[in-house]
Structure formats: C-alpha cells, structure tokens
Design a protein around this ligand. Structure first.
Ligand code: CIR
Length: 259
C-alpha cells in the first residue's frame, strides 16, 4: 500500500521560519483549503492518507518532509537545522514506527528531509543552511550500510536541495542549475526549469504522476512535452512560508513492523 503521511496546517503558520523570502501575511483558511486539495490529489493518485493533527505551537509542522527520510529499509528521523522545528519529529516518529525501524540523526548533526532525495540506489544530500557536515556523515553511515551510494551537492540561493532538484521519472531530475552543484547529478537525465520560474524545480512524484504547483506553467509544459502526467495544485499560500509540494508529504510503500 502506498501511504502518504501528512500533517495539517498549524494555526501558527504565520510565525514560520523564513530564509529567502520576506514575510507576507498567510491566510490560514486559504492555506488549509489548498492543503486539503493537495491531500485529495494524493488520494486520487492512489495514496492511502494518514493525516497528523495540526500542532498549535509548531508553525512549520505542515512541512512534514523535513522530519524524516523514509527509505525501503528504514526511516531516518532528522534533527532539523532550525531549532524551532526540532519538536516536530516526535509525532512523526510515532507514526512511522509502525512501518519502518527508525534511525536518528544526533547532535551535533543537523539534517532536513528537504535536503535529501533518493532515486533508485542513489541518495543525494544537499549541504545547506539547514544540513551540516555532521548530519551528512551520519546519513552516509546509515545509507551506505544499506547499500546505497551517497552523493553530496552544494546548495546555494535556495532553502533546500529539493528546492533546486527533484526526481520526475526514473533517472530524470527536474533542476534549477543556478542553485546546485551539477557535478552531483552525473548519470541522470535533467530537465531545466523554464527561464523566469526559479522556484519550479520542486515536483512531487507519486506513482507514475507528478503533483506540481500551478504557478509554473512554462516548466509544466516542458514536463508534459516529455510525456509526464502532471497534476497541478494551487500551492501559493504555503509558498509564502517557503514550502513546496514535496514538503507536505512523506510518501512510501508500507511494511508493517512486527510488535
Ligand atoms: C522552513 O523554513 O523550515 C519552512 N518555513 C519551510 C520548509 C519547507 N520545506 C521543504 O522545502 N522541505
């Protein structure tokens, strides 16, 4: 079963962390309505949805991707780079423990799930303002012991690795090459974001389809020209909190852990 673990939008969302964007008012009702549409789209694409409740005191908790890296073999609970986000991991760990054995990034390591992508047996991790060398070294130990190859990419100009690059098909990455060291992407076919659509590299692959923000029509056209099935959602309200479509879900095939 394909599971999508999501977390409802916190009433404190307007106190979110911001790094590259200026603070703008966020309409909680609109953010929740857009998030509901996103969750509906996940369901239409075949996911069983498990929704964690909104956390009144954790502004960024809707961005559940940052709390864990879920591989077939294990889930790695992160230690988010922003201190305000560290309490987010506990509830996600409880939810994930039913499906995976858990590993954990420990101090002084920091790692955000938004800085990690996996494509086949390759894991790419971004060195960013949120993910440090100690976090990368711990992730390396975990994934290499499972037979994955880990590559490190330098990320600059954006928040996370997955603001700059996401997988859109087997061995195909959507990329904004202004924000990432391309040497880490060797061996992959790439599709560049369209000029003027810097934030367009964040697409969420679900089965054979993509969930994609309506805000980037020219990049969408590029994806469709490659034969990809693209489902657009309005993600504009949470974009003001520097969230994209990958950030709001942890998508994985379930395996129940024996008690
Ligand atoms: C933060 O700065 O942590 C949140 N406001 C946005 C996190 C977005 N997450 C992601 O790109 N994976």
């Amino acid at each position: 079963m394909l599971l999508a673990l999501t977390r409802d939008v916190s009433p404190a969302i307007s106190r979110c962390e911001l790094t590259h964007l200026a603070r703008e008012p966020i309409d909680l009702g609109a953010a929740r309505a857009q998030h509901d549409d996103y969750v509906r789209c996940l369901g239409e694409l075949g996911c069983t949805i498990e929704r964690l409740v909104a956390e009144p005191e954790l502004p960024d908790s809707v961005f559940i991707e940052d709390t864990a890296v879920v591989l077939d073999e294990v889930a790695v609970m992160t230690r988010p780079g922003a201190e305000s986000r560290r309490p987010e991991t506990a509830a996600v760990a409880s939810a994930l423990a039913r499906y995976r054995s858990l590993r954990e990034i420990e101090s002084p390591g920091t790692l955000d799930g938004g800085d990690v992508l996996h494509a086949g047996r390759v894991v790419i991790v971004g060195r960013s303002s949120r993910t440090n060398d100690a976090g990368i070294a711990q992730l390396r130990d975990i994934v290499e012991s499972l037979g994955y190859t880990l590559r490190v990419a330098e990320v600059g100009g954006c928040l996370h690795l997955k603001s700059a690059v996401t997988p859109v098909a087997n061995d195909v990455l959507l990329v904004n090459r202004d924000w990432i060291s391309m040497s880490a992407l060797g061996g992959f076919d790439t599709i560049d974001v369209a000029p003027g659509e810097a934030f367009a590299a964040n697409a969420l692959r679900v089965g054979g389809s993509l969930i994609y923000p309506a805000a980037f029509p020219r990049t969408r056209e590029r994806l469709e020209r490659r034969g990809l099935d693209v489902r657009t959602v309005d993600a504009s309200e949470l974009a003001k909190a520097e969230g994209g479509v990958t950030c709001c879900g942890l998508i994985f095939e379930t395996r129940t852990i024996e008690a």
